[in-house]
Design a protein around this ligand. Structure first.
Ligand code: NIG
Ligand code: FE
Length: 402
């Protein structure tokens, strides 16, 4: 038996009444003050102000807060090919599309990922996974996508599986149709992937498409996602990041667990999502690292009852493992409240990945995926920025040593 003792605040994060948290529900962190949490057999047993008795291992949380492990619902952690040198191009005013069209950007990472071995990619990606855990992420969606070549994509899914087995984090694998290959007809390429779907669907839980002006169009996206769904994969979509070409509108006709980015989504389309359980996964790190002024319209989404989650988008263009930094960006750049941002990186992120029975909330009977942060109040998130506030990590009831 472990008892986390005397926490200043426990953020229990109650689920939403319709599934994901929406509207005012995102403000409710279910805070219990000056209480203890009992953990046994990997699960939370009790949350109470009672004094613990008998034999137990105590973890002192006096003056600190306790919250559920963070869930990062959108990451691209398996790749080789850093793009630090692109900073100087961005500083000269080059856009993401221009860099990509020149053969840089995604193209560069695809080339490097194809030239690296399993071991090299595993090694690089391990460092990222460890950093995610250190910063409190205990579950994360992890996409393939920098292989493009279908066999390389399958290898990336294997790397994601092996990383999840080695480290104390639940990685949810997504097959991402990321970028059209250089030397192959696009339709033929999608067909080739669909022919390998029997294998892919055993290795991935979700299918995703980069649906945008520089990647796949709406017809290609629909073809791929509807076929992937027949193999039992659930669906997500990178939509309206660079331009609105109808991607989020397609999402109204097929069941998406998440619409991601949504930088350019028209308000009329957003309103149509108000009653759906599709979660909008906002990724403010991306416009931030592209030196853009315009962020997703989080306020409009929350006011219209659309469930919102936040993710890092960890990738070689937006290179951070730290979801706490994303809370700061969400509050300062998108005017989300701290409460909304915390709901967005816990329960709503978990809901978008269908892991909300295991992650995103603290309650008796649920697996103990818990963080202790060395701050007196949750309001230190966003405010005390640029550093790691997490002091102790408990994954499935065990204290993590990383
Ligand atoms: O989500 N937008 C598409 N994919 C990634 C970035 C890819 C890259 O720049 O390497 C994203 O931002
Ligand atoms: Fe992405």
């Amino acid at each position: 038996m472990i008892v986390i003792e005397n926490a200043n605040q426990i953020l229990t994060i109650p689920p939403g009444s319709t599934g994901p948290k929406r509207g005012w529900e995102m403000q409710d962190l279910g805070i219990i003050e000056k209480a203890n949490i009992w953990i046994d057999n990997g699960k939370v047993v009790k949350i109470s102000r009672e004094k613990p008795e008998g034999e137990y291992e105590g973890i002192d949380a006096q003056g600190k807060i306790v919250l559920p492990g963070f869930v990062d619902p959108h990451t691209h952690p398996v790749f080789a090919g850093y793009r630090d040198f692109e900073f100087s191009l961005k500083l000269k005013g080059m856009s993401y599309e221009e860099i990509t069209k020149m053969g840089g950007g995604i193209n560069y990472t695809i080339k490097m990922t194809n030239e690296s071995s399993y071991d090299e990619i595993f090694e690089q990606s391990s460092k990222r996974i460890r950093k995610m855990i250190e910063h409190g992420t205990l579950a994360a969606e992890a996409k393939s996508g920098y292989g493009v070549n279908v066999e390389r994509e399958i290898m990336l899914l294997d790397i994601i599986r092996d990383l999840g087995e080695k480290y104390p984090i639940d990685l949810i694998p997504t097959f991402l149709l990321h970028f059209p290959p250089k030397n192959m007809d696009r339709e033929k390429y999608i067909d080739e992937i669909l022919k390998r779907m029997d294998v892919i669907s055993k290795k991935a839980k979700f299918a995703d498409v980069f649906c945008d002006s520089i990647a796949f169009n709406v017809i290609e996206t629909k073809n791929f996602l509807t076929n992937a769904q027949k193999y039992g994969l659930k669906l997500r979509m990178h939509a309206d990041e660079i331009e609105y070409i109808g991607c989020s509108s397609l999402g109204l006709k097929i069941h998406l667990k998440s619409v991601d980015h949504a930088l350019k989504t028209p308000k009329t389309i957003l309103r149509a999502y108000s009653k759906k359980d599709t979660v909008f996964v906002l990724l403010p790190g991306t416009p931030f690292m592209l030196f853009q002024k315009k962020y997703a319209n989080a306020r409009y989404m929350i006011e219209n009852n659309i469930p919102v989650a936040l993710g890092t988008d960890l990738n070689p263009n937006c290179y951070t493992e730290n979801i706490q930094e994303i809370i700061t960006l969400a509050v300062t750049q998108m005017k989300m409240s701290i409460e909304e941002a915390i709901s967005a990186v816990t329960f709503n992120a978990a809901y978008s990945l269908d892991i909300h029975d295991k992650h995103g909330s603290i309650a008796p009977g649920r697996p103990a995926n818990i963080l202790i942060a060395d701050v007196p109040s949750y309001t230190h998130f966003a405010y005390h920025f640029g550093i790691n506030l997490i002091e102790k990590i408990i994954k499935d009831g065990k204290v993590v040593k990383i």
